[in-house]
Every structure is written in C-alpha cells, then in structure tokens.
Write a protein that binds this ligand. Structure first.
Ligand SMILES: [Zn+2]
Length: 438
C-alpha cells in the first residue's frame, strides 16, 4: 500500500493543442513552483501552489527549481535493437539484413528475451519515457517477456508479436496459421491485463504475404480495442520494392488499407514518401504517423513533411525508432525533429514538439484519459528533470531567466526550447510510473 505523495517543482504540461509554428502559450499549462498531488491509487489528485503545501498525511518530495512533466510517449521503438544501435554504413534494407535480422534471432531464447525486455524498459524509464509502442521480435516469447516486464514495472506498453512470413532469414519467419494461434493466445492473456495493450504488429508489407496481411486484418476485426503498428514509406528503395510486390495497390499505404489495417488505432512509422491521397486516407481513418527523426537522418531515409500532415489533418507523434534511431531520449528526438523541420522550411515550436510527445500522442492513441498530462485523474506517470546539466547549459538557462547582467529575460518558450535542445538522460532526476518512483 503506497501513501499519498506531494511533489514540488515547476509543472509543465498541455491542456490543449498549441498553435502550429507559434511560440504563444495557447494550450500550455505552466504552473511554476507547485505541489503535484498523487493519491494512493497512483493517480494525480490535483496541484497546489508552492506556498500552500498539503497536510501532514502527504509524503513530501521537494524538487523546487526542477521541471516536472508528463512521462514521454515513444510511439515507435524496437526492444531487441539495443543490440544494433549505432551500427555503421547502411540504408534501411541493407541495415535490416546486415545488423537487425541477425540480432533479432537471439530473442528466440527465453532467457535472452527476458533480459532484453528488462534492459529495454529500464532504459526507457532512465530516459524519461513511461509509455511506448514497441516492436519485439517474431518470437512469441519476446512479446510475452515484454508484457510481463511492463506489468512488473506498472508501465503502459503497446506491443505484439511481430508478423513476418517471407523475405526474412531462417529463424525469423512464422506462418499464417501458427502466427494466428500465437496472436490469439497473447491477446487472450495480455490485452487489457495490467496496462498492456495488444498491438497487431506487421513488420512491413514486404515481410508478410497477402494471406498474412489478411489474417492481421481479421484479428483487428475480431477483437475490439486492439492496436496496429507497422512501417510505411520510410525509404525510396523500400517504396519501389513494395510497388513490385503489390502491383494491385495504389500506393504503399494502400497495401495496409486494402487488408483492413488502417483505423484510428493504427500507428505507422515514418511516412516520409507519402502523397496527398495517402495523407487524406490517414486523416479519414484517424491513423497517426510516428515521426522518427534520428532514425530518418541516421539511415538517410529522408525528411518528414510535418507541414503537409498539419494541412491534411492527420496526427503526428514522435518516436525514437531505436536501433535505426540513435537515442532513446525524447528530448534528443525532439531536437532532431526541429532540425529536420528547419530543412523543410518549418519552424517547429517547443510546444508542438512536446505536445506531440505527451498529450498529443495520448490523444492519437485514445489514451488521454489516462496518460500524457498532469491533470486530475490521470495516471501519475511523470518525470522530474533538471533544467540544465553542465556549466554551459546552466549558463544558457540563467540567460533565459534573466539572471545574466546585461541580457534581458526571455519568454517561457525560449527557456523550454533551450531545455529541449540541450537536455538528455543526464537531466533526468526521477521517473514515476503510477506514482511509484523508478
Ligand atoms: Zn522501426
């Protein structure tokens, strides 16, 4: 039985959607020096100004002068790929064959799968991420291990056994009937258990036959509330290959749509090489694109067009895509997202970036009643951050606060943007999941 917790710090979250490309604070909820109240059921009970502490029955943690934000939501990341993060010299298709597929074979071994899941989830927490949409491997035990490890930590994890019945090496292929049995068993045992959500996981169109894609669509139709995750239009060579494999489809995205895989619970990673019709279909379906800037830069995949997504009206969330991506840190991911958008002529605000990685992601996943903000009733998934680590970053923060003689104080956006650009896991002080410190 945990007690009631009151934690003092600078509370930052979102009550609404910030204006696109604007530094104005619309939708931003900024409560400097407040107590965040966490009830003994692991949910947020409210907030009080710093000078009005709650009563004696609340255990107090003083993080005055530190930033407190909702835990980040990473909408696309691969659990087994910590083995291959930072591997040199390949684009997507070579990278899969050279580095990723050999590493994923290791997860057939239950001991490796369990150790991998524990390392992965603990690493997410160390980086300030409390919820993620995760690819394990084709092996059933890799999904079991991930769900069990998430439940032990009280984390909200969306995942499912990877489906791959062709164009993958020995030891990494399933078949339609066996995969369907495994998925049914996993859905039965884990979907809605603890904070787990089962996610039908098609690696990408190239590694599933039409029969397997149809089976994935049947799973979604048969079980209410399942999620779907896959990759789409990441790399030019990949897009060409998909067009050869599925000549009947209008586009890469259409392969998924025609198999019943596109709905409001679909999370599609990358979406760099889409056209206007694809974007319109994403918007109509209520599906989201997980933008993975460090991966897109590292693998040379391309520059995601966020402005086109805003113009069309489909959701965009932020993701690390480790191991194509180079860091589990969401601040680092957001900083790279800003740079990619600058190359496209768009000035991404700190507000839009942070919103997309917290409340915006929760809304896109239909989970904003539970996560993504510090509002009353939400699960107490939040992170305490240092505003700055190291002399240079501390100086930059002092400039923003107007504490450096001769320089005028800057607005809140300037301070938070500098934090987002300079912060990483060294800034993280504590991660709370359902009110429990990790
Ligand atoms: Zn990926």
């Amino acid at each position: 039985m945990r007690g009631k917790l009151a934690l003092r710090g600078d509370l930052l979250d979102f009550s609404g959607t910030p204006l696109w490309q604007s530094r104005a604070t619309d939708g931003v909820r900024w409560r400097p020096d407040h107590w965040l109240l966490v009830d003994d059921n692991g949910r947020i009970a409210g907030a009080l100004p710093g000078h009005q502490p709650p009563g004696e029955d609340w255990q107090k943690m003083d993080h005055s002068g530190r930033l407190v934000m909702p835990g980040f939501i990473d909408t696309h990341v691969h659990c087994p790929q910590l083995d291959v993060i930072a591997s040199h010299g390949t684009g997507l298709l070579d990278w899969l064959n050279t580095y990723t597929f050999p590493a994923e074979r290791r997860f057939a071994d239950p001991a490796a799968a369990q150790a991998g899941a524990a390392l992965f989830l603990d690493s997410l927490l160390e980086h300030g991420t409390t919820c993620a949409v995760v690819f394990p491997t084709v092996h059933k035990v890799s999904a079991e291990s991930l769900f069990e490890a998430a439940a032990e930590r009280g984390m909200c994890v969306l995942a499912g056994k990877v489906l791959m019945d062709r164009h993958a090496p020995d030891g990494l292929r399933d078949d339609v009937a066996g995969a369907e049995r495994d998925c049914e068993d996993l859905i039965h045992r884990f979907h809605g258990q603890a904070r787990n959500r089962y996610t039908v996981t098609v690696r990408f169109a190239a590694t599933s036959t039409r029969e397997q894609l149809a089976m994935a669509g049947r799973l979604l139709a048969r079980h209410e509330g399942l999620y779907m995750q896959t990759h789409v239009a990441e790399n030019v060579d990949e897009v060409k290959w998909i067009a050869e494999l599925f000549p009947e489809a209008r586009s890469y995205l259409d392969v998924y749509a025609r198999h019943g895989l596109l709905n409001e619970r679909s999370v599609l990673a990358h979406g760099i090489w889409l056209d206007a019709e694809d974007r319109r279909r994403l918007a109509d379906a209520g599906a989201q694109i997980a933008f993975c800037p460090t991966s897109n830069l590292f693998l040379g995949s391309g520059l995601f067009d966020w402005q086109a997504a805003v113009d069309t009206g489909h959701a965009v969330t932020l993701a690390s895509d480790v191991g194509g991506g180079t860091s589990l840190s969401m601040p680092r991911t957001l900083a790279e997202a800003y740079k990619v958008q600058m190359l496209r002529g768009t000035r991404l605000s700190a507000w839009s970036a942070l919103h997309a990685a917290t409340r915006g992601a929760a809304q896109a996943l239909g989970l904003d009643h539970e996560i993504g903000h510090l509002g009353e009733g939400a699960m107490a998934d939040f992170v305490v951050w240092d505003w700055a680590v190291g002399a240079a970053a501390r100086h930059r923060d002092a400039v923003a606060r107007g504490e450096v003689p001769g320089l005028a104080a800057q607005d809140l956006h300037a301070r938070v943007f500098a934090w987002m650009t300079l912060a990483d896991d060294r800034n993280r002080v504590a991660t709370y999941v359902a009110g429990r410190r990790h």
